[in-house]
Design a protein around this ligand. Sequence first.
Ligand SMILES: NC(=O)c1ccc[n+]([C@@H]2O[C@H](COP(=O)([O-])OP(=O)(O)OC[C@H]3O[C@@H](n4cnc5c(N)ncnc54)[C@H](O)[C@@H]3O)[C@@H](O)[C@H]2O)c1
Length: 335
Amino acid sequence: MLKAAVIGVGSIGQNHARVYREMDGVNLVGISDANAGTAAKIGNRLNIPFYTDVTKMLEEQKPDLLSVCVPTSLHYKVGMEMLERGLHVLMEKPITSTLEQGEELCAKAKEKGLVLAVGHIERFNPAAMELRRRMKEGMVGRVYKIHAQRLSPYPPRIQDAGVVIDLASHDIDLIRYLMNEEVLRVYGETIQTINSDREDMFSGLMRFRGGTVGVLDVNWVTPTKIRRLTVTGSRGMFDCNLLSQELFFYENEVAPSQWDTLSILRGVSEGNVLGIRIQRHEPLAAELNDFVGAVRDGRNPTVSGADGLETLRLALDFVRSGKEVVLVDEVKAAP
Ligand SMILES: NC(=O)c1ccc[n+]([C@@H]2O[C@H](COP(=O)([O-])OP(=O)(O)OC[C@H]3O[C@@H](n4cnc5c(N)ncnc54)[C@H](O)[C@@H]3O)[C@@H](O)[C@H]2O)c1
């Protein structure tokens, strides 16, 4: 039995606690939250010891591993303390607010021989898992473009991160995972509209070494929730709904043959549409199972600290690129 705990049981942390509570081979020994009311509510609901003092929880319950689900600006401080105390850590995404902090966490985990996983949960979405499997099999042929849309209203509780780091990081990580290729360049434009003191709309482009282009459309100003990924290639297009966990394939009827996936596309026409059966599961349960498995077997988690760091690096590059872009002559000449 591995002993688990959760620090921060707000919106996402309470789900980590519920999942650990139900997991075989794991004993949820306690939760801790700076807000006494929140700690008591979740502790009583799950019938487990609850604390406002993390140190007291660690001393009394001695967990082996824990999820850190505090606001992003506190990831580094809380994560570092847990690693220094010898605990395996699942850090909610994004890994930290700055690259330096993320690098330090990764170095500390390595030095101590501990698992540091990052909560980029879409890798565990069953529709995304099936999409990845079929892309690897070559069903879509040569991949030209991956287009992610992640649109929803602004969650006022997020006060310490803009939409690129907080929300687009899900898609940056997922596209990296699907492509498994080096990113050559990125460019992004951000807009700050109504909600916060940070950017809340983001349009981004990323180019992979093999030529594939990633397109990101992410914002907090859409009055409905959309989580969609399309993958266009020589043999057709995948349409993946990450919310409903559905996956469709639109076949290009005149695609190059299966043995000819690198050839130039000679034409496109509408072919069959295939609804792909998905074995649905809760992505968070799969994510925490993977983390616990990594601790138990001494292997790397599916989303390592290094993955979290690379995704943060790209997110920060996206934000910077729009600010540092070279203006075209016409604009420069304008008064
Ligand atoms: N993977 C996902 O899909 C996903 C979804 C939501 C949030 N998140 C991430 O999870 C983190 C938390 O987000 P949230 O939406 O749950 O926020 P939240 O505000 O709902 O919850 C944060 C909780 O942490 C508590 N807290 C604050 N400081 C603390 C401290 N020092 N020690 C213990 N508890 C403390 C707060 O009282 C609160 O209950 C963020 O980094 C966010 O980016 C990830």
